[in-house]
Design a protein around this ligand. Structure first.
Ligand SMILES: Nc1ncnc2c1ncn2[C@@H]1O[C@H](COP(=O)(O)OP(=O)(O)OP(=O)(O)O)[C@@H](O)[C@H]1O
Ligand SMILES: [Mg+2]
Length: 288
C-alpha cells in the first residue's frame, strides 16, 4: 500500500546516502507504518541496489511462516512479500519475542548474515516490541551482534528514546520519522486471523511424516518439553544448523520415540535435528 505519508517519509530517508547500503534496522511501536515504509524504501532502492528484507516479525510474518524470522532478496517491491520464497528461515518457536529473547536474537543474526552475503542493502523489519526493559535489551543486543549502519525509528513521540539514546554515541546513523495520523490499528482478532491464514497457506501441501527421535537430535526452544505436544510447531534443522521447514505435531509414541508430524515436502535424509517451540497451530476459528 503506497500512501502519501510513506512516500514522503521514504523520500526523506533515501535522500541520506547512509541509508542506501549496509544494514538498516527499522524500529517502532505496533501499527506505526513500519512495514508500509519498508515497502516504500524498497521502491527507492530497486532495481539499482540489490536489497534483502529480513522479516523479524514472527507474529505478523510476511516472509516465511509465523514463529520464524525469514529473509528474501526483493526483486519487485510490488509483489506481496507473502508470495516471495524465503532465501532462509530461522525458527524462534513463538510468535512474540517475550520469553524467547535469545532465540529471537540468534534468528535475526542468522538471517542478517545470510542476507548480507547476497545483498548490498539489508533492511530489518521488526515487531512493535520496544517498550519494556527486556525489549530495550533485545534491541541493544541486536545492535551488538548485527552492528546496523543505520536505524530508522518510526516514533509517535519519544517512546523510542530509551533504546536510541545510548546508541547515539556509537557509529550508527539514526533517523526518526513520525507516523501518519491516518494509520489504522489492527485488532487482536485481525492479527490472529492473519497468522492463522499464514499457517494454513504454509501447510496447504503438507504431508504426514514419522520421525524417529532415536536417530535425530532434539532441541527445545520453549519450556514445555514434550508435554502437551499435539499441534505444537516444530522446526526441521539440517546439517548446517539451518531451519529448512516448520511442521506441526500430530502425535508422539513415547516408548518408540516416534514423532508424527505434518510438514511440507522435505528430503527426510536432510533432517539432523528437530526444534520444539511452545507455539501451537491454531485449530479453527474458535482458537483465533
Ligand atoms: N499513511 C497511511 N495512511 C493510512 N493507513 C496506513 C498508512 N500507512 C499504513 N497504513 C495502514 O496501517 C496499517 C499499519 O501499517 P503497517 O502494517 O505498515 O504498520 P506496522 O508498524 O508495520 O504494523 P505492525 O506493528 O503490525 O508490524 C496497515 O493496515 C496499513 O495498510
Ligand atoms: Mg509490520
Amino acid at each position: 500500500m503506497t500512501t502519501k505519508w510513506s512516500y514522503k517519509a521514504a523520500s526523506s530517508v533515501w535522500r541520506n546516502k547512509k541509508f542506501r547500503k549496509g544494514i538498516c534496522l527499522v524500529l517502532g511501536q505496533v501499527d506505526t507504518g513500519k512495514t508500509t515504509l519498508v515497502r516504500q524504501l524498497l521502491e527507492k532502492a530497486l532495481p539499482a541496489t540489490k536489497t534483502a528484507l529480513v522479516d523479524a516479525d514472527m507474529g505478523q510474518s510476511r516472509i516465511g511462516p509465523p514463529t520464524t524470522v525469514g529473509w528474501a532478496i526483493i526483486e519487485n517491491p510490488e509483489v506481496p512479500f507473502e508470495s516471495i520464497k524465503p532465501g532462509g528461515l530461522a525458527f524462534v518457536g513463538n510468535t512474540m519475542p517475550v520469553n524467547y529473547m535469545l532465540q529471537t536474537l540468534a534468528a535475526i543474526k542468522q538471517c542478517v548474515d545470510q542476507a548480507a552475503k547476497q545483498a548490498e542493502l539489508v533492511i530489518i523489519d521488526t515487531p512493535g516490541y520496544v517498550e519494556t526493559a527486556p525489549a530495550q535489551a533485545l534491541w541493544w543486543s541486536v545492535y551488538q551482534l548485527v552492528k546496523p549502519d543505520t536505524i530508522l525509528a518510526v516514533a509517535r513521540e519519544n517512546e523510542l528514546e530509551p533504546i536510541l539514546e545510548p546508541l547515539q554515541s556509537f557509529n550508527c546513523y539514526i533517523k526518526t520519522v513520525h507516523p501518519s495520523d491516518e494509520i489504522g490499528q489492527k485488532s487482536k482478532e485481525k492479527r490472529s486471523r492473519y497468522r492463522y491464514e499464514r499457517f494454513m497457506r504454509y501447510f496447504a501441501k503438507s504431508k504426514r511424516c514419522d520421525i524417529d527421535l532415536n536417530k535425530v537430535g532434539i532441541q527445545y526452544h520453549g519450556s514445555q518439553g514434550m508435554d502437551n505436544i499435539e499441534d505444537r510447531i516444530i522446526s526441521i534443522r539440517d546439517r548446517t544448523g539451518c531451519d529448512t521447514a516448520i511442521a506441526y505435531v500430530l502425535g508422539y509414541h513415547r516408548r518408540k520415540k516416534i514423532l508424527t508430524i505434518q510438514c511440507p515436502p522435505i528430503d527426510r535424509r536432510r533432517i539432523r535435528a528437530i526444534v520444539i517451540g511452545d507455539a501451537k497451530l491454531p485449530r479453527g476459528e474458535q482458537q483465533l
